[in-house]
Design a protein around this ligand. Structure first.
Ligand code: FES
Length: 194
C-alpha cells in the first residue's frame, strides 16, 4: 500500500513538475473573472458571488474567490463526463456519501446542478493546498483526469471525488450555488431556482 502511494506520488510529482509552469501561466493569463458582483468589499464580507460561465469552452476552468476561498469552475466536455463512471472503482467516496462535502443537489455522479459545470472549492481536504488541474487521461492506468495535490499526493477526479489510499480524507467541497440565468451562477446561495 505504502509503496503504491509512494509510486503514485512520484509519478504525479513528475506530472506536476511538468504542468506547474503551465498552471502558473494559466493563473497569470486567466484573470479572476471580471464580472464578479457585488463589490470586492462585499465579497470579502461573505456575500454571494456571480460568475458568468457562458464563455467557458469545454475543458476550460476559471478560478474565483468566494469568502476568501478559491473556487474552481470547470466546464466539462461530454468526453470528460464519460470518464466519471470509469474511474469510480478507484475512488473512496464515489457516491458522495459524506453529506458535509456538498449540498444535496450535488449528490450525484457529476456533483453539480448541470452535468457540464463543476463548481468545487480549490482546497485539498488534507491540509488545504490548492490542487493542480491535470485533465488529460494517464499515463497512470487509474488516472482519468482531475485534480492532483502536489503537497502530499492526493488525487481527485473530474468531479472532485477523492481517490482511495491518499492523504485527503474526503471529496473536494462543493459550495452552495445556483443558476440565476442559463449561463450565470451565484456562489453562496442554493435556494430558489436551479
Ligand atoms: S494538502 Fe493536499 S495532499 Fe496534503
Amino acid at each position: 500500500m505504502t509503496d503504491d502511494v509512494d509510486r503514485n506520488r512520484r509519478h504525479f510529482l513528475t506530472v506536476a513538475t511538468a504542468v506547474t509552469g503551465g498552471a502558473g501561466i494559466a493563473l497569470a493569463s486567466i484573470p479572476f473573472i471580471s464580472s464578479l458582483k457585488p463589490s470586492a468589499r462585499a465579497e470579502a464580507q461573505g456575500a454571494p458571488v456571480e460568475v458568468a460561465v457562458g464563455s467557458l469552452e469545454p475543458g476550460e476552468m476559471i478560478r474565483v474567490l468566494w469568502r476568501g476561498r478559491l473556487v474552481f469552475v470547470l466546464r466539462r466536455s461530454e468526453e470528460m463526463l464519460s470518464r466519471l463512471s470509469l474511474v469510480s472503482k478507484y475512488l473512496d467516496d464515489p457516491n458522495s456519501s459524506n453529506a458535509d462535502q456538498q449540498p444535496n443537489f450535488a449528490v450525484n455522479e457529476f456533483r453539480s446542478r448541470k452535468p457540464e459545470i463543476l463548481v468545487v472549492e480549490g482546497s485539498c481536504t488534507h491540509l488545504g493546498c490548492a490542487p493542480l488541474e491535470q485533465f488529460e487521461v494517464g499515463p497512470a492506468a487509474d488516472w482519468y483526469g482531475g485534480f492532483f495535490c502536489p503537497c502530499h499526493g492526493s488525487k481527485f477526479d473530474l468531479s472532485g471525488r477523492v481517490y482511495k489510499g491518499v492523504p485527503a480524507p474526503t471529496n473536494l467541497r462543493v459550495p452552495p450555488y445556483r443558476f440565476i440565468q442559463d449561463d450565470v451562477i451565484m456562489i453562496g446561495v442554493d435556494s430558489g431556482a436551479a
